[in-house]
Structures are given as structure tokens and as C-alpha cells.
Write a protein that binds this ligand. Structure first.
Ligand code: ATP
Length: 767
């Protein structure tokens, strides 16, 4: 049956009007929720004074209300985006799907809007004509501000689907999806909550436990899926994850800025978003390593190198070494020191925690030596006096009290302390690494067994130079090898706790006195809250969110860790991350065909087996939502050079625009006009010029909001409407992973791709 266009328009307008009415009611409800949250927050903030416990509880509830307000604010755009109508005629009406759940308290909490993460929303993403799951019709509702501007319906009827023919990719909500995919890019990633596809939905909602690896080619939505999974897990396992938090790791800061708005737009603000380089509190890596240095620092043998470097700091004195103390000169006997060092090492404690054993042993030995010397000098100075019958002629002249006094004096002696520091210094990870990397001799001693002279030379750096991202896993490893002798800190903390307990006891005493005046039957404060608990509550750092506490604490362990571009992590990066997640509840997304870092992985098993053996599950994404078919066909040539068996993800759309090529002996020539043309073609969208590092400085271009000029490394994970790749042969030649880099470069475009060759290259005939 055909419907005349006029009639169809009127029907659509009528449907839009119906949805508008419902959407208005939802926004009214949202406004009411906001008012309630705002009022609660204001009331909480207005209360002042009170006992510390009340203050703590007030802080916590203020945080709760502010978080709720932020969440309600985040869902303003696109609050409601879907509707399901069901086959079952007995069901009460349709279900609306949106960014958060809204309920009618006056009607037994009937859902007005289902959170997209709720189990009841699943058919919106999964139902197909072949498997409708009780759904008759899926409707996408498009809104601009609070206005409904369009609807796209799919009737899940097999015959209709076959008529449409298209869906061998099994796409849900194709019209809405295409509208989303052809939008101009803004330089910031958006959420995909209204058009998540079935293969993505299964990954997003996979269970919390164990390691899930998501492998997928470029543009298959790995990043989008990873972020939506974080939001889903926080919604579904709130209790577990609220306490420990979720960590999301990206490859660099540019990427973190690119994805930074996705989770807040989904109402989630409590996630720690950082790079591996950002995981060591107090260290901000601002320098960069050479390719060789980064690769070497990422090798697992660095564990042996660092272990040896720490052992090298436990030094034996040269024969004949002496230490001058106030009234004497004492020998530092290498053999005695070796015995004491062995004893300290035998504790198998980290360096700084074994140090007190060494210090004690050395002080004992020195005190004994000093006592013996003193004794003999005393005896030498005395005339031979005959001993009386009840005296032991061999009894020591000095009693244990005297020896203890000598020992205490030695412990305070600056020369003795300097000698101890030379033999077994207290070390921070920063000092140990700076000492190692700035000294070819130390590097030789620690690493000659594992690294060549060239590799060691690549590691040498000036003292005082800024840290690099690859230093951070080394600092983390050193922190474990060194340990922290925090006796001082613990003593301060214990003193503070004692003071707080004393204060709490005082408060309870005063409150009890008040209570005695009141009714005897009423539970007294002391009956329900003892001083210890009271003091502990006072201490809880309620003003900090989990995310804030987690970033300050190197030993924080997260409830779930998500890694994007996981193929880039080095073996040392993996060690650092695994320490943050002993539960091994992780989602790792990446594409081993896109590995650019020389230290990165070419196989998931190889990267993960030291930690979980083969106990990880792999999910694959196969559809490319970013790159049009014309560009993907061209990029496939490069992919097959990386791996002839690799599957090329299928593009969901084609644009009819083939990639263009041009050959210029000097690729910088004419680039400005090329870029101007591309900027005009994408009409307000974004353009990237990707070049080998060596040519970047020559390009006559000034980046701005719409134009990015970069090496491939810096645009990993990003996308642009048009991409111009300069000198592809040089990109390939620049590193052993050059073909992977070129593949990454060619797959960044959402609309247009151009390649400027330098001569007769054709980068090995790709395309
Ligand atoms: N279901 C979807 N609905 C709408 N847009 C989508 C969907 N899935 C992915 N996209 C879009 O496709 C583009 C590519 O997604 P994303 O960056 O997550 O892919 P990726 O697999 O991480 O790519 P790469 O490996 O190249 O970094 C993004 O613009 C994303 O918003």
C-alpha cells in the first residue's frame, strides 16, 4: 500500500505533536527533580556548626545532592531519544528510553522514562525484525533543545525488513544512525547512546568480572563502547564501584581531551580519566623519550635492571675505610658489613624497609668496636690492681648501659649517619631512577647483563630533566622495590588518632551529662557510638570524592579498569596497571593492527598471559562507523601489508567520494590551497594534515580549531571530516611500525581523504 507524501507528512506531524507533549511532560518532571535536588543542597549547605560527626554527614549529603544536580544537568540535551511499542496488547502503553530514569511517585513509581542502561531498555538496542523480543515498533525521537524535530520509525516486521533489503549488517535505527554518522565533527567525541548497535550493546553490558578484550578495526566504536561500558557498569554495579571507582586509561592527553565530555554527558563524573604516565602521584611527565629509549624502558627486563640497580645501592665499604667519630676513629670492616647486609637482605623486605635492619646491625657492630676500644684504653691506662676473691677478672669494664649510650651517640653522629647513607641510603623512587639514568656507570652495573651498550646509552639523561611517560612504570616498579619506610608518618597518624579519640571522649562525656538530665529511657549517646567509632567517623575524608582520593594514592586499587588503545601499552605499562586492579576486572579495547609504539603489543595473549594466562574473553567489533567504504577500500591495501589475513571492518556507509592523490617533489608546496579547499568541502567541519615527524616543521600551516597539523602518533583514536596524508612513504619509513601508522592515518577521516606523495613512492603500492 502506498501512502501519498502529503498524507505521510501529516501523519508524521501528528506523531511529532504526540511525542512533543510527552517530551514536555518529561522535561517538567526533570525540572521538578532539579528543584528538589537544589532545595536539598541549599538546606544542607545552610546548616552550620555542629559536632564533627554532623559536619561529616553534612559534607557527604552535600556531595550527594551536588552529584545528583550535575547528573540532572547533564541530561538536558536529548533527555528522551527512543520509544518502544510492544506486540502485547495488554501492556500499558509504550516505553520511553532516555538518558536517565524518571518515575511517577504518585502512581506507584511507574516508569515515565527508562534509563538506557536499565535491563528493560535492552530491546531498544537489540530487537530486530528476525528477533523482535516483543517489540512491534522502535522509534527514534530527535530533539533540539526541548523541541521534537523528527522521528524515525522501524516496524519490526520481517517482510518490511526484507523489502528494505539493506540490513545484512543488522543495523538498528538505520536512519538515526546515518544522521549521527554524517554529522560534522567538532573535535570532541559525542555519546552514541541513542544509536548503540547490537554488537556494541552486548559488549557494553557484559558482566563486571574478569578481563574482557574488545578487538576491532578502526572506527568500529571501540572508544565509544568502552566509555558507555563505564557508564553501564557504574549504573549496574553502583555499590561495588562507588567505593573503589573506575579508571579509564587513554594513550595521551590530546585523546583524553577528545573523549573528556562523553562520560559527563552520560551523567557520570566519578571516573578517573588518565594516561599510564598520570598514574604516579606527584609526577607529571612533560618530556619525551627517543623511540629506542621508550621501547627499552617498556621491556619487561627493566624489572631485572631495576632490581639490580636497587641491590647496587646496598654497598660494601672499601677495605680500610674508617669513620671519624667524636673521640675515636672506627673501622668499617667490609666483611662485617657484608654479614650485616646479608642479614638485612635475608628479611626479603623492600630496600627502605630492610634498611633499619642494616642500620641496627651496623650501629651494634660500631658500638661494640667503640666499647672494646674504650675498654682497652681504660685498662691500658690503669696499673695492675690485684682482684679480690669475689670479682671476675674477665668481667667487662663497661656495662650494657654504657654500650647503649655509646650506640646512641654513634646513631646521632653525622659522620656515622653519612657512612650509613653511603652504604644503604634511604631512597625515593624519583631519586633512585634519576641517579640510575644520569649515570652511565650505574647503568652499566645494573643493566649490562640485559641491555646492549647502545640501548644503555639511549637511556642516559641529564639529571634534573623532566620525566617521560615511559619513566612512570619504572618509578612505580621502584616504589615496590624500595617500599616506603613510613614509621614516622604512622607515628604522626597514631598521635593524631589518639588526640581525636581523646577529643571524642570529651565530647561524649559532655553529651552524656546532658543526657542524664533527659529521660532515663532514652538511649544515651555513648550506648550507640563509642569514642573509637566517633573519632573514626570524624576522620573520614568525606569532602573528597573517590576519584580525587584515587588520583592521590599510588596504592589505590580500582573496582574496574578500562584501557583504550590498549595495544600501545608496553610490558612495564601492563605491570603498573595490573597493580591498580588486583581483582582483574578490566575492559581492554584496541586493535593490534594499529600498534604504533615499538613497545606495544602485537598479540593480546602475549600481553596478558603473565597476569591472567588465557583467562580472558575476546569480543569483536566488525562494523566501521567512521570511515566511508571508498576510503576503507583504499586503507585495506595497507592493512593487508601489515597482516595479510586481517579482516577489514565493513563500512556502514559510502559517500561516492574517492580518495584523491597528488605527487609533489616538495609536498609543502601547494598545501595551503589544498587545505583551504578541504576546509571548504567539509563546510564548517574539521581537517587534519598528517605528516612524518621530520617534515612537520616545513609545512606552511597554522593549526586552529578546525585544522590539526600533526604526526600520526598524536591523532591515534581521533577523527576528522577530511584528512590529508603527506609523504606516506616517509611515514612508513620512520619506524618499524610505520605501516601500522600509515593505516591509522588513512582511517581517521569521516568524509574525505587525500594523499600527497613525494615521488615515485606509492608506499609499496598500497591501494
Ligand atoms: N552506534 C553508533 N552510533 C553512532 N555513532 C557511532 C556508533 N558507533 C561508533 N560511532 C561513531 O563512530 C566513530 C568511531 O568510533 P570510535 O572512535 O569509538 O572507534 P574506534 O574503534 O575507537 O576507532 P579507532 O580504533 O580508529 O580509534 C565515532 O565518531 C563514534 O561516535
Amino acid at each position: 500500500m502506498s501512502v501519498s507524501p502529503n498524507r505521510a507528512n501529516t501523519e508524521t506531524e501528528t506523531e511529532i505533536a504526540i511525542e512533543q507533549e510527552y517530551v514536555c511532560a518529561l522535561y517538567d518532571k526533570l525540572d521538578t527533580e532539579r528543584e528538589v535536588a537544589q532545595r536539598r543542597l541549599t538546606d544542607t549547605l545552610r546548616q552550620s556548626g555542629g559536632l564533627p560527626q554532623a559536619r561529616t554527614e553534612r559534607d557527604a549529603s552535600a556531595r550527594l545532592h551536588s552529584e545528583r544536580l550535575a547528573q540532572l544537568g547533564a541530561v538536558e540535551q536529548g533527555l528522551c531519544f527512543g520509544r518502544l511499542d510492544f506486540l502485547d496488547p495488554d501492556r500499558d502503553g509504550p516505553a520511553y528510553i532516555g538518558r536517565l530514569g524518571l518515575f511517577d511517585e504518585g502512581d506507584d513509581y511507574r516508569p515515565l522514562l527508562l534509563d538506557w542502561r536499565a535491563p528493560a531498555s535492552r530491546p531498544f538496542y537489540l530487537a530486530t525484525a528476525a528477533s523482535p523480543d516483543g517489540v512491534r515498533r522502535r522509534r527514534h525521537i530527535r530533539t533540539l533543545t526541548r523541541k521534537v524535530v523528527g522521528i524515525d520509525d522501524e516496524v519490526l516486521d520481517l517482510t518490511e525488513a526484507e523489502d528494505r533489503g539493506r540490513s545484512e549488517l543488522g543495523l538498528a535505527g538505520e536512519a538515526a544512525l546515518m544522521a549521527a554518522l554524517t554529522k560534522r565533527r567538532t573535535g570532541e567525541m559525542g555519546d552514541i547512546v541513542s544509536t548503540i548497535q547490537a554488537e556494541q550493546d552486548r559488549i557494553i553490558r557484559d558482566g563486571l568480572n574478569g578481563v574482557l578484550v574488545v578487538q576491532g578495526g578502526p572506527g568500529t566504536g571501540k572508544t565509544a563502547v568502552a566509555l558507555h561500558r563505564a557508564a553501564f557498569l557504574l549504573y549496574t554495579y553502583r555499590e561495588q564501584l562507588d567505593r573503589r571507582g573506575v579508571l579509564v586509561i587513554g594513550p595521551n592527553d590530546t585523546f583524553l581531551r577528545y573523549i573528556g565530555q562523553v562520560l559527563p554527558s552520560l551523567g557520570e563524573t566519578g571516573v578517573v580519566l588518565t594516561t599510564v604516565g598520570g598514574l604516579f602521584p606527584g609526577v607529571e611527565p612533560t618530556s619525551a623519550d627517543s623511540r629506542l629509549a621508550a621501547e627499552v624502558k617498556g621491556r619487561i627486563t627493566m624489572v631485572d635492571v631495576l632490581t639490580q640497580a636497587v641491590a647496587d645501592r646496598q654497598v660494601l665499604p672499601e677495605p680500610g675505610t674508617q669513620v671519624e667519630v667524636e673521640r675515636d676513629t672506627l673501622d668499617l670492616d667490609p666483611e662485617v658489613c657484608a654479614r650485616i647486609r646479608d642479614r638485612a637482605r635475608a628479611t626479603r623486605r623492600p630496600h627502605n624497609l630492610a634498611r633499619p635492619v642494616f642500620v641496627d646491625g651496623l650501629l651494634d657492630a660500631l658500638a661494640e668496636q667503640a666499647a672494646l676500644k674504650l675498654e682497652s684504653s681504660v685498662l691500658d691506662g690503669l696499673p695492675d690492681i690485684p682482684v679480690s676473691g669475689d670479682e671476675d677478672p674477665d668481667a667487662p669494664v663497661l656495662d650494657p648501659g654504657d654500650v647503649a649510650e655509646i650506640r646512641a651517640e654513634l646513631a646521632a653522629d653525622p659522620n656515622v649517619r653519612a657512612a650509613i647513607d653511603a652504604l644503604w641510603p634511604a631512597l625515593t623512587p624519583q631519586r633512585a631512577l634519576a641517579d640510575l639514568l644520569s649515570s652511565p656507570e650505574r647503568l652499566h652495573s645494573a643493566a649490562a647483563r640485559w641491555l646492549t651498550a647502545e640501548e644503555r646509552a639511549a637511556l642516559v639523561r641529564e639529571r634534573g630533566r623532566a620525566w617521560t611517560p615511559a619513566d612512570v612504570p619504572l618509578l612505580d616498579e621502584l616504589a615496590e622495590l624500595l617500599g616506603e619506610d613510613d614509621r614516622q608518618k604512622q607515628a604522626t597518624r597514631a598521635r593524631r588518632e589518639r588526640e581525636q579519640r581523646a577529643y571524642a571522649e570529651g565530647v561524649l562525656h559532655i553529651m552524656d551529662q546532658d543526657d542524664e538530665l533527659a529521660d532515663e529511657e532514652i538511649l544515651r549517646v555513648g550506648d550507640i557510638l563509642d569514642a573509637e567509632l566517633f573519632a573514626e567517623r570524624q576522620q573520614r575524608r568525606s569532602e573528597l570524592t573517590v576519584a580525587q582520593r584515587a588520583v592521590r594514592d599510588r596504592k589505590w586499587t580500582f573496582g574496574h579498569v578500562i584501557v583504550d588503545e590498549a595495544q600501545e601499552l608496553s610490558a612495564m605499562d601492563w605491570r603498573t596497571l595490573m597493580r591498580r586492579c588486583p581483582s582483574r576486572s578490566m575492559t581492554l579495547v584496541g586493535d593490534v593492527a594499529q600498534t604504533g609504539s615499538a613497545a606495544g603489543s602485537t598479540s593480546w595473549s602475549q600481553a596478558l598471559s603473565p597476569y591472567v594466562e588465557d583467562r580472558f574473553r575476546v569480543a569483536e567489533l566488525t562494523v566501521n562507523y567512521r570511515t566511508p567504504a571508498e576510503i576503507m577500500d583504499f586503507a585495506a591495501g595497507v592493512l593487508h601489508k601489515v597482516d595479510s589475513d586481517a579482516e577489514v571492518p565493513v563500512s556502514v556507509r559510502s559517500t561516492g567520494v574517492e580518495p584523491w592523490h597528488r605527487t609533489e617533489a616538495d609536498p609543502a608546496a601547494g598545501l595551503r590551497s589544498i587545505v583551504d579547499r578541504e576546509l571548504a568541502e567539509v563546510d564548517g567541519g574539521t581537517v587534519a594534515v598528517l605528516s612524518p615527524a621530520g617534515r612537520l616543521g616545513e609545512l606552511p600551516l597554522t593549526p586552529d580549531e578546525r585544522l590539526t597539523v600533526s604526526t600520526v602518533e598524536r591523532v591515534k583514536g581521533l577523527e576528522f571530516d577530511a584528512v590529508v596524508v603527506v609523504a606516506p612513504d616517509e611515514i612508513v619509513a620512520e619506524s618499524p611500525q610505520g605501516l601500522n601508522d600509515l593505516y591509522v592515518a588513512l582511517t581517521r577521516a569521516t568524509q574525505r581523504l587525500g594523499v600527497v606523495h613525494t615521488g615515485a613512492d606509492e608506499f609499496g603500492g598500497a591501494g
